[in-house]
Design a protein around this ligand. Sequence first.
Ligand code: FES
Ligand SMILES: [Fe+2]
Length: 457
Amino acid sequence: MAVQESTRQESDTGAINEPYSGYLLRDVPSADAEITHTDPGTPMGELMRRYWQPVCLSEELKDLPKAVRVLNEDLVAFRDNSGEVGILHRHCSHRGTSLEYGIVSEGGLRCCYHGWLFAPDGTILETPGEPPDSRLKDSFRHGAYPAREHMGLVFAYMGAPGEEPEFPIFDTYEEPDDRMVPYSVWHDCNWLQVQENIMDPIHACFLHMTMSGQQLSESFAGMPELEFYETEGGSGMLFVTSRRVGERIWVRTNHALLPNFLQIGPIFPRTNMSTYFARVGNTRWCVPIDNNQCVLMGWRHFSDLVDPEGQGREELCGPNSIDLFGQDGNRTYEERQREPGDWEALIGQRSIAVHALEHLGVHDAGVTMLRRLLREAVRSEIPDAVASAQRGTGGPHINTFTQDAVLKIPPSGGDDRTLLQEVGREVFDTVMESVSYFGDERRAFVRERYQEMERSA
Ligand code: FES
Ligand SMILES: [Fe+2]
């Protein structure tokens, strides 16, 4: 059962409210470490380590190892000569040389300095400078994490041994005719502000439609009716936006799973004809590199349903590159100043956004909800629902809730905003009720309900 979040914000108390008050307002409090810091041993760092996290793209592992930094840990990823992927602590356990300068070899990665050979599981296979009867290599292991590849992404499990979760397979990986293209995008800021961005859907009306040119399709221009919902057991949250587009109502639901997974609806939605259950344009994890940098990693989705006019550019998706305006730091500073996009807005919130200096309004309820859920998750034993939401539900794969519905429901003559809210809630209820169906059955269930809504309009 979903719980609706209150949109009421507490008013500030003791706020300074006088002109030229810079001198009085110059102190910058420290960041909200509990939910922003992810070093080993921190509450959020340990929560993140409970889940498989993407660390690089498969295409980045060829004949050279790749240095990666994940959750404040320096690692090296490689693919050995048999094709197996390994993720090791970066510094050699002999005398500390970085294994990014190592040689990809048969069965593992060989350090350049004295030739020690490390298997993907951290077993030390050879110490060639030692005497033949040396037992040194058998007396300890090098740090290693389990790795897994899926559809062009390399994932690591960096949590405690023996508590490795099932690898999650989400239903959207099996949408008909959908092509999933891996990508990554670096951000010079903390992970949380990047994750929060999608739970702040109102920014689309401003940043993407009026402040900085028109970066999205016309349908995003109008202020939507907006609601936020928490999913069962605090495992995640959704926003529901409902907009009037002529005779139709466009309802988008975007779903975030704790701690750092999120799916975004179609990037180029078609809103001039009825659309039933168009799923995901972007599947992504926001992975901390350290406390001051993060990387978005995931897949762009391309199909006739989520990109009917073929506006996406698959060939632009790859390492630190995505086919969407303003989403990476690859433009010149002047270009980014003149036409800022999400990347500029997010890194512009400081290296780590300072929550204590914010003045949140009614439409920031999604940001508030996400922070509350994360705080609850790190303060308690991880609720079963949080842990299980990414670990399988007993069905063939894990159903998620991001989708678009465009339904022919003309204005009724009454208050249209009330109608938008009602339709939004019915779409939300339908999507939530569909969770017990899978694949074609789920699509048919939702389609039938949407068509019934159109018939009774
Ligand atoms: S430092 Fe790596 S083998 Fe000596
Ligand atoms: Fe945005």
